[in-house]
Design a protein around this ligand. Structure first.
Ligand SMILES: Nc1ncnc2c1ncn2[C@@H]1O[C@H](COP(=O)(O)OP(=O)(O)OP(=O)(O)O)[C@@H](O)[C@H]1O
Ligand code: NI
Length: 357
């Protein structure tokens, strides 16, 4: 296989567990997905479904112990699991950049924004201080900091939340990363600012020819930026699809429930009825069965079903549901029309399943 043809990132059967006093938390339990070059993939799912743990397992930001990571993570064909600590630090600083929800945590309050950017540039590029300063200014300007020259010597606290997140994005871009992993990068910001930052990410992706792995629980964000979507639930992949197919023909009852509580398909996701299963003792069969309006006996037996192709002509759209497997009838889920999301039984009920990290 030629290098250009293989995905930039290939996650295969990722399992991340935490040993706790309450037992072993199976946060990510056999997750596979890939990110192609120049593609934006969204990891979506309710709070606690394993999005952050999955994304932080890629570059091993997870502390081990208490964590333990199994599975293969190939980046440009190299298995990241086999890299030494130093090699991994290099990949993290150069090829794969992370942007988190809270920009505060990524900036040092003691140094000016300009100084921190210069450091970020020089970490990757052995250039003169003057050249690094010019590049830092360029980056600030590119991410939309107005009058970057005069803001250069300001401290992080002198920037608004949205501007701070732009600075963090500039720092992430300093290394010209091939993959940007952004974990709820706009969740802490005002709605109007959110949209601007998302637009910025989309623009930068094209300009820098990056791939983006975007973590969000907001289907409005997914619709806006994703090329492809991976729906996670309780540490398992429930559905994978191109963004158009996901909204046009949502197939897993969980995906349909998520869409069902999206007012007018564009607002924020609310919680659906019921709660996630206990991650230390997940039930047999499909993890979503207890909340699923279409569950049958087969749903509570054996393993989570594999990802079945939704239809023969579209193998890239897969759904982990018995109704799509051999002998199953997708119409049980899709109904006669085939594309009207049914929503879960008690869709829209506030159940307090949303929480903070
Ligand atoms: N260090 C840890 N020790 C024990 N359990 C953990 C640890 N980190 C995460 N978990 C558990 O792993 C599961 C997945 O958490 P994760 O943070 O990945 O969810 P998420 O999908 O990112 O949710 P959110 O939308 O709230 O950010 C949760 O049950 C969480 O409690
Ligand atoms: Ni998270």
């Amino acid at each position: 296989m030629s290098r250009e043809r293989e995905p930039l990132l290939e996650v295969d059967d990722l399992r991340t567990r935490f040993t706790t006093d309450e037992g072993v938390v199976r946060a990510v339990d056999g997750v596979s997905f890939s990110v192609e070059r120049g593609e934006t993939v969204c990891l979506v799912g309710e709070s606690g479904s394993g999005k952050t743990v999955a994304s932080e397992s890629i570059t091993r930001l997870i502390r081990t112990p208490p964590g333990e990571i199994e599975g293969t993570i190939r980046f440009e064909g190299r298995d990241l699991a086999t890299l030494s600590k130093d090699e991994l630090t290099e990949v993290r600083g150069r090829d794969i950049a992370h942007v988190f929800q809270n920009p505060q945590g990524a900036l040092n309050p003691v140094y000016t924004v300009g100084w921190q950017l210069i450091e970020a540039v020089r970490l990757h590029d052995d250039v003169s201080k003057q050249a690094a300063r010019e590049r830092a200014l360029e980056l600030l300007d590119r991410v939309g900091i107005p009058d970057a020259t005069s803001r250069f010597d300001d401290y992080p606290h002198e920037f608004s939340g949205g501007m701070k997140q732009r600075v963090v994005i500039a720092m992430a871009l300093a290394s010209n990363p091939k993959l940007l992993i952004a974990d709820e990068p706009t969740t802490a910001l005002d709605v109007t600012i959110q949209a601007q930052i998302l637009r910025l990410l989309v623009e930068l992706q094209e300009e820098f020819e990056m791939s983006i792995l975007l973590i969000t629980h907001d289907l409005g964000v997914v619709a806006e930026v994703a090329d492809r979507v991976v729906v996670l639930y309780a540490g398992k992949v429930m559905e994978t699809a191109g963004v158009y197919d996901l909204f046009d023909r949502p197939s897993h009852p969980y995906t349909r429930a998520l869409l069902g509580c999206l007012p007018g398909r564009g607002g924020r996701m609310r919680s659906i009825g019921g709660t996630l299963p206990d991650p230390t003792d997940p039930p047999p069969g499909c993890r979503f069965a207890a909340r699923c309006p279409h569950a049958v006996d087969a749903c509570t037996e054996g393993e989570q079903p594999p990802g079945y192709a939704v239809n023969e002509s579209d193998v890239a759209h897969t759904v982990s549901c018995v109704h799509f497997g051999p002998g199953g009838d997708p119409d049980v889920v899709l109904g006669e029309q085939g594309n009207e999301p049914s929503g879960a039984g008690e869709a829209g009920t506030e159940t307090g399943t949303e929480g903070d990290d």
